[in-house]
Structures are given as C-alpha cells and as structure tokens.
Write a protein that binds this ligand. Structure first.
Ligand code: SF4
Ligand code: MG
Length: 325
C-alpha cells in the first residue's frame, strides 16, 4: 500500500548549557496509508518528542530538528510555520493522554467538534447533524444530549471520544495518538481502542500510536517501532516483534510481559538507568544495562541490520558472535 509518512534520520537535539542533548537520534521509519503504527518504549525514550517534532509542537524553543519528515512525499520539516499550519489538525491530527488540556472549557463539546466542519463551509444545521453522526461513530452515549455538554461535565472516556470526534470532523490522513488511554481504566481503554481501529477501517486513517503498553501494541498495531533512549532499536510487524524479537532490549521486554491478559502488558523496568544523552557519545545506548554487552558496544554505534524486508534491529550481537567464532 501507499506510503503516507516517512521519517528519515530524524534527530532532535536540545541545546543545554554545556552542549547538546540528543533526545531523538537517527530515527527512520515509514507509515503507510491506513496503517496502525505503534511506537513503544519507556517514558522519556523520545516517543512524544517524535510526535511533537512532526507537528512542530516542541515547547522548549531551543531544539534543533534535523533529518526529513516526508508527508505524502513532501518534506514538511522544510515547511515554514504557515505552511505547516495547513497540515496541522487538517491532515495530521493529534490526541493526547489528557483531553482536558486540549478542550476549551467555555464552549460545548459539540460546538468544538463543529468548528472543524464549519471550516469546510457547510451550513450550521448541516454541521450539527454531522456532529451527531460523528458522536455516534465514536460511540458517545446519548449523542444528541452530550453534544450540548461542556468538557467538565463529561467523564475521561467521554472526553477522549470528543477529542477523537474533533479529529474525525477534519478527516485527517494521519492521527497521532499519544498515550490516548493511559489515564483511562481498562474497560474504557478497550472501547477507545476499538473506536480508533474502526476509524482506520472506515476512513483508512493511518494511526501513529504512542504507548508504553506492549499489550496495546499487540491488540491494535500492524507495525511496531521499539525505542530506547531516543533511538529505534528494532522495528517490524507485530508478528516480527512478538514472535521473533532480535534486540536484547526487545527480548527483555517480551520476557517481562505478564502472560495473563495482553492488556495488562505494561513495560516493566529493567535494572540500571538510561545514560545521559550527550550528542556525540559513541557506542550503544543500551550498553550499561545489556546482559550481552562487550567492549565493542562501548565504542561503536550498532548499525541497523535487516532480518527480513519488514524487520530490522540495531545491535552488534551478530558481529560479536562472529568475532568470537
Ligand atoms: Fe547489547 Fe551491545 Fe547489542 Fe547494545 S550493541 S544491545 S550493548 S549487545
Ligand atoms: Mg510521552
């Protein structure tokens, strides 16, 4: 199928007093139209930074974004802010963990959904009818009544439905969902995930799902990128990653997954801590926590190796085995 988004060696560096911190390093992947692509990793590994750099929502103001962000073949990292404005919300929508941060407290939720439709220049009555239809799409209970509700009158799950409805109203080609269900209980989480899946099935919207929850990935994603300390260490189809993990970090994550229900499969902590991400520090960023590390891992960046056309990982492991043999 057709490629929608492609990151090519994306780097995000933050200028700090004594140099640069490398929050995202050489991240490359692509998302096809209608695909659900999960980015999974512990908090602070750079998942959100990637999302924010795509839409230029980084708040530090001292960051430097390098590399390419191709959207429908055009490098939107080269766009000036006004050009990007035409894409933000319209072509690439985003939903966050806490919808209250994005909803306006003084307007009804229906009005906020309608805004996206009115921009399409339809009558107010037609727009309102579409709001009700979209509320039904996102399984909003009591759609007609709740369109008149204010954000604070709704539960967390209903607010997340409003956020998804707002995005739907603008029919973006890509929806970035950053920990969309982390604040919700497991039952509501499952419902929201279903809505997101339906969205893809009905409108062919591609979804970039950012999560620390491996269980969610197994439930909904087509492809997965596993991140550690600002880098993608492994990527592939859900099948590749769950049935044939190659990177030591992915393997450890898989071992730490509880067997019972997939939805409880949150990442567990592995001993040791993430290194300080100084830009030009050589070697593998997982070295101080990796049970297989050898000297080479301290001095040389591991290169990306292809397992199959869809599956790759970055580790010296094979090389190490070859050197020893
Ligand atoms: Fe472990 Fe070395 Fe592979 Fe890094 S490159 S994951 S330290 S074996
Ligand atoms: Mg985050």
């Amino acid at each position: 199928s057709e490629e929608l988004l492609r990151l090519n060696k994306l780097c995000v560096n933050y200028k700090v007093k004594d140099g640069y911190l490398s929050a995202v390093k050489n991240v490359s992947f692509s998302i096809n139209k209608g695909e659900i692509f999960a980015i999974v990793g512990e908090s602070g590994c750079g998942k959100s930074t990637i999302a924010h750099s795509i839409l230029r929502l980084l708040t530090e103001h001292n960051e430097i974004i390098k590399g390419n962000i191709f959207f429908n073949g055009e490098d939107i990292n080269k766009y000036i802010d006004r050009q990007l404005e035409g894409i933000r919300g319209r072509e690439i929508g985003m939903i966050f963990q806490n919808p209250l941060d994005s909803l306006n407290p003084v307007y009804t939720t229906g009005y906020q959904v309608a805004e996206g439709i009115i921009l399409d220049k339809v009558s107010k009555k037609e727009a309102w009818n579409r709001v009700i239809k979209i509320y039904n799409d996102v399984k909003m209970p009591d759609a007609k009544k709740n369109a008149y509700s204010f954000p604070h009158e709704l539960s967390g799950g209903m607010r997340q439905r409003v956020m998804i409805a707002m995005m739907l109203a603008r029919t973006p080609q890509l929806l970035i969902a950053d920990e969309p269900t982390t604040a919700l209980d497991v039952t509501i989480e499952a419902q929201i995930l279903n809505i997101i899946k339906n969205l893809r099935d009905k409108y062919n919207t591609a979804i970039m799902l950012i999560t620390h929850n491996f269980g969610l990935v197994a439930e909904v994603a087509d492809k997965v990128a596993v991140m550690y300390a600002g880098e993608v260490v492994e990527q592939g189809t859900v099948f590749d990653i769950f049935d044939n993990p190659k990177h030591p970090y992915t393997q450890l994550l898989m071992k730490s997954l509880p067997r019972k229900t997939k939805l409880e499969g949150r990442l567990q902590t592995i001993d040791g801590s993430v290194p300080r991400l100084t830009e030009n520090l050589p070697g593998c960023r997982f070295e101080n926590r990796c049970p297989y590390a050898v000297e080479l891992c301290k001095t040389e960046d591991p290169e990306e190796k292809m397992v199959t056309e869809s599956h790759s990982f970055s580790c010296h492991l094979e090389k190490v085995v070859m050197n020893n043999g």
